[in-house]
Write a protein of this length. Sequence first.
Length: 199
Amino acid sequence: MEIMRQNKWKRYVVIIISVILILLTCLFFFSGFYLQSNFANVSFEQILFNLAQPLGNADKKIVMKGIFWCVVLPIISTVLLFWGLYKTVFTTQNNKKILISTIIVVLCFSLSSFYLFKASKIGPYLTAQQGSGTIYQDYYVDPKTVHFSFPEQKRNLIYIYMESMEQTYDDINNGGDFEKSLLDRLRSSVKLSCNQLFL
């Protein structure tokens, strides 16, 4: 009687683990397919950035498509696959069948994980996060040590265009969040350069 009870608990544990693995397998596969079909040329950094942004006026078709592929399909597939697996394998007393089916589920989970890993392009992102470059050590120049000198006769017009400047670092009077602006040096250097160029 005790052995039967232990076998019953083991069977329940195997069933629970199988359900979780099947759900993750379906989720990884359909999510990977969705990313591969719609964001093949988008890096993982861009995907993270877009996920962190509020939906706002985003196209509802894109949102619904993502929900369908990454939520609805995995759940439906999990229910259908587990129901078929339960009827054909877990209701039997054949331990060999249960073992083989569990191995197949684990294998499918591994393959779907690898597929999502490749489709999301997370590999280059993780590699970049682990490494550290020397761009600042190699090219940074302290502004205090630089003296700008312009020829008496101007030869070229240098036009620098900056897009999406973060205004938060400015003072409150200029629309920022700081009592004292952190952009004073940038603002004064731009004015100085413009004055020297055009005067």
